[in-house]
Design a protein around this ligand. Structure first.
Ligand SMILES: NC(=O)c1ccc[n+]([C@@H]2O[C@H](COP(=O)([O-])OP(=O)(O)OC[C@H]3O[C@@H](n4cnc5c(N)ncnc54)[C@H](O)[C@@H]3O)[C@@H](O)[C@H]2O)c1
Ligand SMILES: C[N+](C)(C)CC=O
Length: 489
């Protein structure tokens, strides 16, 4: 049986305990792979490899230009194996192959973006206020980075961490989600093929409360970068205090999509669908909180429901499919309970609100695309992240009320506003307390612009220059060219 292995100190290895885990296809629950199931001991081995490679290896001293060249090579290999990676990602997550192909283009773009950025900032000379001195500020790698990723965009979220960490001269230990590790294993094969020196990148497979917890608490880890749920993020914050690690958290979202009466109606309807039903709503920045101006509310909901009822569910490998299954039975039950709670709170189920009856979908973790109306901001379905194909609809009459609703959340990841009035749009985005805000758009992102959340949606930013700086320490070097005694004492 082919067991997908861990990659530690340049060697592919089974778990020290020889434990394994089966990976299933969420469309039909078939076993698609068997992988090593590491634990704390495997994590410690990997951390030591990364520590040794950082403290004694050549990678941190390699020129930024050379590191950039290496990361560019990884991008080339991803592009070479794009189709294999895309099909692997869809098998693992249930998303359509077309979505996965798009992810792979994005992922190669992330490696290329950081390869280009690698040697563009060598620091700066400060105009020293002290005579006969030189003052300069340089950037240095943080050190050993622990990187933990979620199951919804396995390789994309891994790329947002791997590329900047590598070009800045760090070493790392990555732990993918235990339920969707396949494309991350593959990208480590590609990094080995690209020639990344041994010990620089290490991969440990296993659960969050063993491998993940060790990465978060181990004092030989200098930075922990985590993408996942808010409750896990809080645990990691606590564990990271062991040695005051640098901390990067990309957490959940409950993202408002505000539609004014003067919006481009058809485009706003179409994009409201995409904002929440793409990848079955399993997106941190999904526009699951629709907030519509009262005067167009009924017409907008009718238009939305008509389109929702035509969404085709099925296998990600069927070109007709528009929405796949949820990732697991556990997550399906979470979404079921999330909607049932809304029903108890008095929402109206405009469409969906249950599992599909199509027998062809019985073996998958499917949930019908769902529109809940008559929602109010105090409801759990409005405040909590459902992370499924469920949109809640609220109404407003004034701009001020719309903004109050949009900001009434513990989250602050992303949001959108639809209007043709530019001044109104600018007023709104200035008030919306989120890390990314779209005007007449939703869920668009690219490597050049930083990504991350206000409030409890996280700490720090990935992508863009901030995403690079997350992996750097800043050092001020002051050089006295004419040292004199001070004679103070
Ligand atoms: N902000 C973003 O960019 C972004 C992107 C994607 C997903 N997300 C969020 O991720 C969540 C969905 O992903 P998920 O279900 O995999 O999240 P999760 O928190 O359950 O797991 C995420 C990762 O953390 C690990 N983990 C679990 N417990 C841990 C612990 N105690 N210590 C260390 N690691 C631990 C898991 O094994 C997994 O690899 C959603 O809330 C979504 O909004 C955010
Ligand atoms: C890829 N991204 C960050 C927009 C969605 C994550 O869930």
């Amino acid at each position: 049986m082919d067991i997908k292995k861990q990659y530690i100190n340049g060697e592919w290895m089974l778990a020290l305990s020889k434990q394994t885990r089966e990976i299933i296809n969420p469309y039909n629950q078939e076993v698609i792979a068997t992988v090593a199931e590491g634990n704390e001991e495997d994590a410690k081995l990997a951390i030591q490899a990364a520590r040794n490679a950082f403290d004694h290896g050549e990678w941190p001293e390699t020129s930024a230009t050379e590191r950039g060249r290496m990361v560019s090579k990884i991008a080339e290999l991803i592009e070479r194996d794009k189709e294999e990676l895309a099909e692997m990602e869809s098998l693992d997550t249930g998303k359509t192959v077309e979505e996965s192909r798009g992810d792979m283009d994005d992922i190669a773009g992330v490696f290329r973006y950081y390869a280009e950025l690698a040697d563009k900032d060598g620091g700066e000379i400060i105009e020293s206020p002290v005579p006969n001195s030189v003052s300069k500020v340089v950037k240095e790698p943080v050190g050993v980075c622990g990187q933990i990723t979620p199951w919804n965009y396995p390789l994309l979220q891994a790329s947002w961490k791997l590329a900047p960490a590598l070009v800045t001269g760090n070493t790392l230990v990555m732990k993918p989600s235990e339920i969707t590790p396949l494309t991350t294993v593959k990208v480590f094969e590609l990094m080995e093929e690209a020639g990344v020196p041994k010990g620089v990148v290490n991969l440990v497979l296993g659960a969050g409360n063993t491998v993940g917890a060790e990465l978060s608490s181990n004092t030989d880890v200098d930075l922990i970068s985590f993408t996942g749920g808010i409750e896990t993020g809080k645990k990691i914050m606590q564990a990271a205090s062991s040695n005051v690690k640098n901390l990067a958290l990309e957490l959940g979202g409950k993202n408002p999509n505000v539609v004014f009466a003067d919006a481009d109606f058809d485009t706003a309807v179409d994009q409201a669908l995409n904002a929440v039903f793409f990848h079955a709503g399993q997106i941190c920045s999904a526009g699951t909180r629709l907030i519509v101006e009262e005067s167009i509310h009924d017409e907008f909901v009718d238009a939305l429901v008509k389109r929702v009822d035509n969404i085709r569910l099925g296998s990600g490998f069927d070109e007709e499919t528009q929405m796949g299954p949820l990732i697991s039975e556990q997550h399906l039950n979470k979404v079921v309970n999330y909607v049932e709670a809304g029903k108890k709170e008095g929402v109206t189920v405009a469409t969906g609100g249950k599992r599909p009856e199509d027998p062809a979908l019985n073996n998958g973790f499917f949930y019908l695309p769902t529109v809940l109306t008559n929602c109010t901001t105090d409801m759990s379905v409005v405040q909590n992240e459902g992370f499924g194909p469920v949109i809640t609809v609220e109404k407003f009459t004034t701009e001020e009320e719309a903004m109050k609703l949009a900001n009434d959340s513990i989250y602050g990841l992303a949001g959108g506003v639809w209007t043709k009035d530019i001044a109104k749009a600018e007023r709104c985005v200035a008030k919306m307390r989120m890390g990314t805000v779209w005007i007449n758009e939703f869920n668009l992102y690219f490597p050049h612009a930083p990504w991350g959340g206000f409030k409890q949606s996280g700490i720090g930013r990935e992508l863009g220059k901030p995403g690079l700086e997350e992996y750097q320490e800043t050092k001020h070097i002051f050089h006295n060219l004419a040292p004199q005694p001070i004679n103070w004492f």
